[in-house]
Design a protein around this ligand. Structure first.
Ligand code: C2E
Ligand code: CA
Ligand code: CA
Length: 736
C-alpha cells in the first residue's frame, strides 16, 4: 500500500520530464553532428574539385605554353631582325586562343605587339625571368595598353643556344580565371590563385594588383585578433607544402579558407567558404533533419504526455483498489489516513470517532459469516446515509468504523452518534464508541486512532461511548503500567486463591466454597475488579485462571495431607479460557497433578460466555460432565441468553446473581426471584443464591427453596489460612 505515496505521480512526472529533456538533447546533438559531417563533406568535395581544377589548370597552361614554345622554336635571329612584322603574323593565333595580345620582346625590353604597337616591357618580371631562360606566368598585372588587368605567359626565344628575345601572350585576368576553370569552385565562395610567397596570380575580381595574399588576409581580416594565428599558421603550412584549412572571422561571420597545392609550379589555390554557405549547402539535409527531428520531438512529447497520464491513471486505479473495503464496498482506513488532511479544515470543528460493533463475534456465531458481512455493510450504508457534506466514514476492520464528523456543540455530536447507533433497532448490535475532538489539525491519523482506542478502553459497563480526555489518557498510561505489573505478578506467583464459603439452607453448614483470585502486591491484597479488565484486554486472563486452579489444588492437597476437612471448591473460568476445546484436558491435567478427586472441583461459567459460541460451549460442558465435574451457571440474569440456550447447556447449578437478591423487599424483585427459582427447578438445576447479606434476604430465600447460600451473611471471601480455620470451626460432615 506504500505504493500509493502522494509523490509517486510527481516522480512519474519528473521521470517523463527527464526522458523528454534527454530526447531534446539527442535531437540537438544529432543536428550538430549533421552540421559537422556536412562541413567535412564539403571539405572533401572541395578537395576533389581542386584536384579536377588542378588538372585543368595544368592542361590549360601547358596548352598555352606549348603554343608559345612551338612558335618560339621556329623563331630565329633572322626573324627577329624585323620583330614588328613577325609579331603581326600572330594575329590569327591571338584570336583563336582567346589571347588579349601577343608580342616579341627583344633583350633590351622593346616589345613588338601583334597589333603593330611598340612599347617598353623591360620592367616586367616575367620578361626578366624568360630572358634568364624560364617559361613564366605573371601575376596580375595592370596592362600598359588599355585599362584591364592581365596575366602574361612568356617563353624565351633561343637561337643557337643564345636567348635572343622573349615571346609572350597576355590574357585578360578574368579570361585567365575562366580558362583555368576556377569558376567551377566559385560555387563555394571566393577563389584565389597564389604562388608560394603569397603573390596573387589571379582572382575573380581583380582589385588587388601586385598584392600579397598573406598581407591581404592580414589587412582584410584583421578586424579580429583571433585571425592572426590562423593566418600565420596558413602561411607556415604553405611554406611547408602542407594542405589544410583555417577558420577566420570576417564581418562577424565565420569563414573557412581551404588551401591546396596545384600541380603547376609552386602555385596554391585557395577557396574561401563562409559558414553561411555551408549552412546553405546543408539546407536540404537540414530541412529533412529538422523535419524528422521536429516530428520525433513531437512524438516524444506526445509519448511523454501519454506516459504521464497512463501512470497517473494506473495510480488512480491502484488507489481505488487500495482504498476499497471489500466487506462494505466502501472505503477503508488507508483512504482516511491518506486523505485526513484534505477532509479537515480550519473553518469547521471536527470529531474523529471510532464506532465498534462490540458483539460482532457473537453475531457471527448467531448469523453466520456472510450474514454478518451483510449486517456490516448495512451499518456502513446506514451511517453514510446520515452524514453531511465534508464528513466521512470508513470500515477499518471487521466491525470497526471510523468517522470524521462535523459538530458545533458536544451535545449535538452526542445526538448524531445516538442517531448512528439507532441501527440497533434493526439488529441487536452492542456499540462501543471512542470520540476525539480535533483541535489541533497537525495531529496525525495514528495518533487519533490511539486516542479513540483509549476512550473505548476506558468505557465502563454503563457507557456505550466516551470522549478522549486527560483522564482517559492517565488511565491508559496506568493500564499499561498495570499490565506490566500483572505480568511480573504472574512470574512472581503473586496471585492467590481466596475462598468464600457456601452454606446449606440451614444457614450454618458449610457445603462448599468459591475460589476468588486476589493479588498480593505492595503488602496489600488487591481485588479482581482492579486487574481483571486489564487481564481480559491483554489476554492474561487464561493464565490467571490456570494459576488459580493450581493454587486451589495445591491448598486442597495440603489440607488433605494434613487430614483437614475439605469441601468442593468452585473455580471461575473466563470467556477466553473457554475458547479452546482442549481446555478441559488442560484443567484435568492440573487437577490430576495434585491427585485431587474431580468431585472436589467445580467450574463456574458466566452467563455472558454463552453468547460466544454455543455449540463449542456445549461440547466443553459435556466433556466436564464426562469427567465428573459439576458446572455452575454464574451470574444468572446478567446476560441476555435465551432460556432455550441455557436449558440446552445442561448446567448443574444456577447461581442467582446478587442483583436479584437485592430485589428482595420489593414486590417486583421478589416476583422475578420466585420466577427464576421456578425456572431453575424446571431445568432440574440446583440453586445457589449469591450476595446474600441480610437476614431478611436469608429468610425470604428459606421460604422459597434454595440449595446453597453464598454471601456476607454467611462469610466474606477468606484467605486460605482463614478459610482453613473457618472450616475447622464449621464443618461437621468431614470429607477426606
Ligand atoms: P463472581 O464470580 O460473581 O464472584 C462473586 C463476587 O461477589 C466476589 O467478588 C465476592 O467477593 C462478591 N461477594 C460475595 N458475597 C457478597 C456479598 O454478600 N455482598 C457483596 N457486595 N459482594 C459479595 P470478587 O472476589 O471481587 O470477584 C469479582 C468477580 O471477579 C467475580 O465475580 C468473578 O467474576 C471474577 N473473578 C474473581 N476471581 C476470579 C478467577 O479466579 N477467575 C475468573 N475468571 N474470574 C474471577
Ligand atoms: Ca463466580
Ligand atoms: Ca457471580
Amino acid at each position: 500500500m506504500k505504493l500509493i505515496k502522494k509523490n509517486a505521480i510527481w516522480k512519474a512526472f519528473l521521470q517523463s520530464l527527464i526522458i523528454w529533456i534527454m530526447f531534446s538533447i539527442l535531437i540537438i546533438a544529432t543536428n550538430k553532428i549533421i552540421f559537422i559531417t556536412t562541413k567535412n563533406r564539403i571539405l572533401d568535395s572541395i578537395q576533389i574539385k581542386i584536384e579536377d581544377v588542378s588538372y585543368l589548370i595544368d592542361k590549360e597552361i601547358t596548352k598555352n605554353f606549348n603554343i608559345l614554345r612551338l612558335l618560339a622554336h621556329n623563331l630565329t635571329s633572322e626573324n627577329l631582325a624585323s620583330p614588328g612584322e613577325m609579331a603581326k603574323t600572330y594575329d590569327e593565333i591571338v584570336e583563336k586562343n582567346n589571347f588579349k595580345m601577343m608580342g616579341i620582346t627583344l633583350p633590351d625590353g622593346t616589345a613588338y605587339l601583334h597589333t603593330g604597337e611598340v612599347i617598353d616591357l623591360s620592367d616586367r618580371e616575367y620578361f626578366q625571368e624568360s630572358m634568364n631562360g624560364s617559361s613564366s606566368i605573371s601575376t596580375v598585372l595592370k596592362s600598359k595598353i588599355g585599362l584591364r588587368n592581365e596575366n602574361v605567359y612568356s617563353v624565351p626565344i633561343i637561337d643557337q643556344g643564345q636567348i635572343i628575345g622573349v615571346l609572350w601572350a597576355s590574357v585578360l585576368t578574368e579570361v585567365f580565371y575562366e580558362d583555368l576553370k576556377l569558376d567551377s569552385l566559385s560555387g563555394y565562395g571566393e577563389v584565389f590563385l597564389i604562388d608560394e610567397e603569397g603573390a596573387l596570380i589571379t582572382q575573380k575580381d581583380t582589385l588587388h594588383i601586385n598584392s600579397n595574399f598573406f598581407d591581404l588576409v592580414e589587412d582584410y581580416y584583421n578586424e579580429s585578433k583571433a585571425n592572426k594565428p590562423h593566418s600565420d599558421q596558413m602561411q607556415s603550412d604553405i611554406e611547408k607544402d602542407k594542405e589544410g584549412y583555417r577558420q577566420f572571422i570576417v564581418n562577424g561571420e565565420e569563414v573557412y579558407i581551404y588551401y591546396s597545392k596545384l600541380n603547376y609550379d609552386d602555385w596554391w589555390i585557395l577557396t574561401k567558404v563562409s559558414e553561411q554557405k555551408i549552412k546553405e549547402m546543408n539546407r536540404d539535409i537540414s530541412i529533412v533533419v529538422f523535419g524528422i527531428s521536429t516530428f520525433l520531438f513531437f512524438l516524444a512529447s506526445i509519448g511523454v504526455i501519454l506516459f504521464y497520464f497512463s501512470i497517473k491513471k494506473s495510480h488512480t486505479e491502484l488507489k481505488k483498489v487500495a482504498y476499497l473495503d471489500p466487506i462494505t464496498n466502501g472505503k477503508n482506513d488507508i483512504f482516511l489516513k491518506n486523505n485526513l488532511k484534505k477532509i479537515l479544515n480550519k473553518k469547521d470543528k471536527f470529531a474523529f470517532i471510532s464506532l465498534e460493533a462490540a458483539n460482532i463475534k457473537s453475531l457471527v456465531s448467531i448469523l453466520g459469516y456472510s450474514n454478518s458481512q451483510y449486517l456490516l455493510k448495512g451499518l456502513y450504508d446506514f451511517i453514510e446515509g446520515r452524514l453531511n457534506e465534508g464528513e466521512c466514514i470508513v470500515h477499518s476492520y471487521f466491525g470497526e468504523y471510523k468517522l470524521i464528523v462535523k459538530y458545533h456543540t458536544v451535545n449535538e455530536l452526542k445526538k448524531r452518534l445516538e442517531e448512528f447507533m439507532d441501527y440497533r433497532k434493526q439488529i441487536s448490535v452492542e456499540f462501543k464508541g471512542g470520540i476525539f475532538l480535533i483541535e489541533d489539525l497537525n495531529i496525525g491519523f495514528e495518533e487519533m486512532c490511539a486516542y479513540v482506542n483509549m476512550a473505548k478502553e476506558n468505557l465502563t459497563k454503563n457507557n456505550t461511548y466516551g470522549f478522549y480526555n486527560k483522564e482517559v489518557r492517565k488511565n491508559a498510561i496506568n493500564r499499561v503500567k498495570l499490565e506490566e505489573d500483572i505480568k511480573n505478578g504472574i512470574l512472581n506467583d503473586e496471585f492467590k486463591a481466596w475462598f468464600q464459603p457456601k452454606c446449606g439452607p440451614d444457614g450454618k453448614t458449610i457445603v462448599g466454597a468459591e475460589a476468588l483470585v486476589r493479588w498480593y502486591k505492595y503488602d496489600s491484597v488487591i481485588a479482581p475488579y482492579i486487574f481483571i479488565p486489564v487481564c481480559e484486554a491483554s489476554g492474561l486472563m487464561e493464565k490467571i485462571d490456570t494459576l488459580l486452579l493450581e493454587d486451589v489444588c495445591r491448598k486442597l492437597r495440603i489440607w488433605m495431607n494434613h487430614q483437614k476437612k475439605v469441601v468442593p471448591i468452585s473455580v471461575n473460568l473466563s470467556r477466553s479460557y473457554l475458547n479452546s476445546t482442549d481446555c478441559v484436558d488442560r484443567l484435568q491435567k492440573i487437577i490430576s497433578k495434585y491427585s485431587i478427586p474431580n468431585y472436589l472441583i467445580e467450574f463456574e461459567i458466566t452467563e455472558s460466555s454463552l453468547s460466544e459460541n454455543e455449540d463449542k460451549l456445549k461440547e466443553i460442558i459435556d466433556k466436564f460432565h464426562e469427567n465428573g465435574f459439576q458446572v455452575l451457571l454464574d451470574d444468572f440474569g446478567m446476560g441476555y441468553s435465551s432460556i432455550s440456550a441455557i436449558s440446552r447447556m445442561n448446567f448443574d447449578v444456577m447461581k442467582i446473581d446478587k442483583s436479584f437478591i437485592d430485589g428482595i423487599g420489593t414486590q417486583a424483585g421478589e416476583d422475578i426471584l420466585k420466577y427464576t427459582i421456578q425456572l431453575a427447578r424446571s431445568f432440574e438445576m440446583d440453586i445457589v443464591a449469591e450476595g446474600v447479606e441480610t437476614t431478611e434476604q436469608y429468610e425470604f430465600l428459606c421460604q422459597h427453596d434454595f440449595d446453597q447460600l453464598q454471601g456476607y451473611y454467611y462469610s466474606k471471601p477468606l484467605s486460605a489460612k482463614d478459610f482453613s480455620k473457618f472450616m475447622e470451626d464449621h464443618l461437621d460432615n468431614q470429607i477426606r
